[in-house]
Design a protein around this ligand. Structure first.
Ligand code: HXC
Length: 257
């Protein structure tokens, strides 16, 4: 089905999703989020897709939720729209997602980026939670994911001042993985996606699940969870193949099972 607000390009091993509302800096309206989540649901079922890149354009990853769409909503309208159910689906997506960020990643845009597993940014990227300036606060995970990523005092700074931080600062704070010149940010994300797509998918899936578990459990519970996933991988053909290939000094051929 053709999309109105995203562009989906399937590459060898991974799929690139580009947010495409350039006239409003990729503001995340309900339709865009619907298209994004519906696409992820399809990609989840497609064995050829082993990694996803989520990008905007050079000027904006996304400048937040669509302010004009929600300006007149009542609390009950917001409740009944239940837009965060869609965000929960992104959180539960089982394959790796790399955010490729250039320009603005603000409000819901920054939160969407933080819902991804890794972030490649251009030198021009700017990150912020400016909701305070329009009389609200982050609502799609910002207070939680930002605090876990950068710690309490920096999260407070961003959420309470609404100030933007530049790419280099975001890198120092541990919010993103890598900063590259703007002309390379998408290429760099593609190189990461290709590398991850070449790994054994079952191990990638269980590893993602275990790392995410660390964000909402105790060390004891997390270590137990990790151990079970580790044991489970010994039921995969890829574990036998990977270890035998190592011993036989050859390249492993993954089956994804
Ligand atoms: C709707 C938006 C928008 C947004 C920009 N636009 N951000 N429309 N929602 N979040 C529109 C502008 O209205 C304008 O449309 C066009 O995009 C270009 O934006 P300008 O403001 O003219 O560009 P510039 O001067 O370069 O300033 C860029 C900017 C500014 C600093 C990013 O646009 C800005 O502050 N945007 C809002 C950022 C924000 O507050 N985000 C948080 C939203 S709340 P016209 O028609 O005038 O050309 C949120 C809550 C999430 O995200 C909760 C979970 C869903």
């Amino acid at each position: 089905m053709p999309h109105q607000f995203i562009i989906v390009t399937k590459q060898d091993g991974y799929t690139l999703i580009q947010l495409n509302r350039p006239e409003v800096l990729n503001a995340l309206n309900i339709k865009l989020m619907e298209e994004l989540v519906d696409t992820l649901e399809l990609l989840e079922k497609d064995d050829e897709v082993r990694c996803v890149i989520l990008a905007g354009n050079e000027k904006a990853f996304a400048a937040g939720a669509d302010i004009k769409e929600m300006a007149d909503a009542s609390a009950i309208d917001m409740l009944m729209r239940d837009q965060f159910a869609r965000w929960d689906k992104i959180r539960k997506f089982k394959k790796p997602i790399i955010a490729a960020v250039s320009g603005f990643a603000l409000g819901g845009g920054c939160e969407l980026m933080m819902s991804c597993d890794m972030v490649i940014a251009s030198e021009t990227a700017k990150f912020g939670q400016p909701e305070i300036n329009i009389g609200v606060m982050p609502g799609a995970g910002g207070t939680q994911r930002l605090t876990r990523a950068v710690g309490k005092v920096k999260a407070m700074e961003m959420v309470m001042t609404g100030r933007m931080i530049a790419a280099e600062e975001a890198l120092r704070w541990g919010l993103i993985n890598k900063v590259v010149p703007v002309e390379y940010y998408l290429e760099e994300a593609k190189a990461w996606a290709k590398e991850i797509a070449s790994k054994p998918p079952v191990a990638i899936r269980l590893a993602k699940e275990a790392v995410l578990k660390a964000l909402d459990t105790t060390i004891e519970g997390g270590l137990e969870f990790e151990r079970k996933n580790f044991y489970l991988l010994f039921a995969s053909e890829d574990q036998k193949e990977g270890m035998n290939a190592f011993a036989e000094k050859r390249k492993a051929e993954w089956k994804g099972k």
